[in-house]
Design a protein around this ligand. Structure first.
Ligand code: FEO
Length: 390
């Protein structure tokens, strides 16, 4: 356990070998499950617990703690609550403080009896003696059950998943760096981007609170909160960047040559391009790129009488992430037919302006390249019209 400030301690557990989150997005650096102990003059509160694979390590972290009076569950997902039952066995008098929705989740998932819960009201305070916890119900970052906990006297805010990062920090506090930001951005893209509007509102509320320290339940502790708050303000902004993301699949190189041609034309026009091979590249990098892109161009061949399945899988992932994309187009190489754009439109769940499709038999010929050049010019023009940022 490590001291954060004035009898507030960090008791996080590292999981450096975890390679996937939600069985979906790669974790190149693993992750952490952070828990915190707040020791007041009368009561001790444990904030969040840990994941099923780390229960032993987590309980070792609490060794020597003679009492825990309250367990604050800011969020009911298993990576923060699997250890709850074991904590309750060790500290049977402890009461769980959480939202009604979180209580419902925990009763169902862990079969914890209802009498072990105190359901909080928005703004409710809990005195620990010389410290006061204040609870704020903050749904949809990223489940309907989520809340924040604030220690008024120490100006420390506990946000659970919100503002977290899949990064490991050995010294507890985050040293602001581009590398750390990349982990936080990957985390934001997968976990929080679908709730961009809520994130934006909570950032405003947190700034008004003026916390001196922010303690999320993944990654490190921010003793310079402006580092992560400024990053979230940028990521949740309404105006995207002058950037095109091209998720693609290429079987014989024809689709890839066409998108490289598009990339060359866009680059000459001053538009940034990120390309991602949907079969071979890290999906997390794709997610990161979506955070501030203005346009997506899906590019893929037809196979087995339909669009390449990896392209459709990429489309479904993109739908789920709800990026702030404004424009979309398709590039498609086919053998004998098919309607790639039609299938994309039928499966798309984003409010975007669609460009005319570009489709060609085999490799792109001169007339197809003309279409690609025209698409590049149209994208550059559209980005200018919306005031896309450079
Ligand atoms: Fe880190 Fe939503 O759990």
């Amino acid at each position: 356990m490590k001291l954060i400030k004035n009898n507030v301690y960090f008791c996080g557990v590292q999981d450096p070998h975890r390679r996937l989150f939600d069985e979906l997005i790669p974790l190149p650096d693993g992750t952490t499950y952070n828990s915190y102990l707040v020791k007041g003059s009368e009561k001790t509160a444990l904030i969040d617990t840990s994941y099923s694979t780390k229960v032993v390590e987590f309980l070792e972290c609490l060794e020597g703690e003679s009492k825990i009076d309250c367990i604050i569950a800011n969020h009911g997902e298993g990576d923060h609550t699997d250890a709850l039952k074991f904590v309750l066995e060790k500290y049977p008098k402890a009461l769980i403080y959480c939202t009604q929705k979180c209580c419902d989740i925990l009763v169902d998932a862990h079969e914890i009896p209802l009498e072990k819960f105190h359901v909080i009201a928005d703004g409710e305070k809990l005195s620990l003696g010389d410290k006061t916890l204040q609870f704020t119900i903050a749904p949809w970052v990223h489940w309907p059950d989520t809340m924040f906990t604030y220690v008024e006297e120490d100006k420390i805010l506990f946000t659970c998943d919100f503002l977290g990062a899949h990064s490991i920090v050995n010294e507890v506090f985050v040293t602001p760096s581009e590398e750390y930001l990349q982990g936080a951005r990957r985390y934001y893209g997968e976990i929080m981007m679908p709730f961009r509007t809520q994130c934006k509102n909570y950032i405003q509320k947190i700034e008004a609170l003026k916390p001196e320290i922010i303690c999320p339940s993944h990654g490190g502790v921010y003793d310079k909160p402006e580092f992560i708050l400024e990053a979230y303000k940028e990521w949740t902004g309404d105006i995207p960047k002058n950037k095109v993301v091209i998720p693609y699949v290429s079987m014989y190189g024809n689709t890839e040559k066409a998108i490289v041609y598009l990339e060359e034309k866009l680059t000459k026009l001053g538009v940034k391009v990120d390309k991602f091979d949907l079969v071979k590249d890290d999906a997390g990098e794709y997610v990161c790129s979506l955070v501030d892109a203005a346009t997506i161009i899906f590019a893929a061949p037809m196979v087995l009488a339909g669009p390449h399945p990896a392209a459709m899988s990429g489309l479904i992932l993109t739908n789920a992430l709800r990026p702030n994309i404004k424009f979309m187009g398709t590039i498609n190489s086919f053998g004998w037919g098919g309607d790639f754009m039609g299938k994309v439109k039928a499966n798309l769940n984003l409010q975007v302006e669609m460009f005319d499709p570009i489709a060609f038999k085999g490799k792109a010929k001169a007339k197809d390249k003309e279409q690609i050049e025209a698409l590049a010019e149209l994208i550059a023009q559209k980005h200018k019209e919306i005031g896309a940022r450079n």
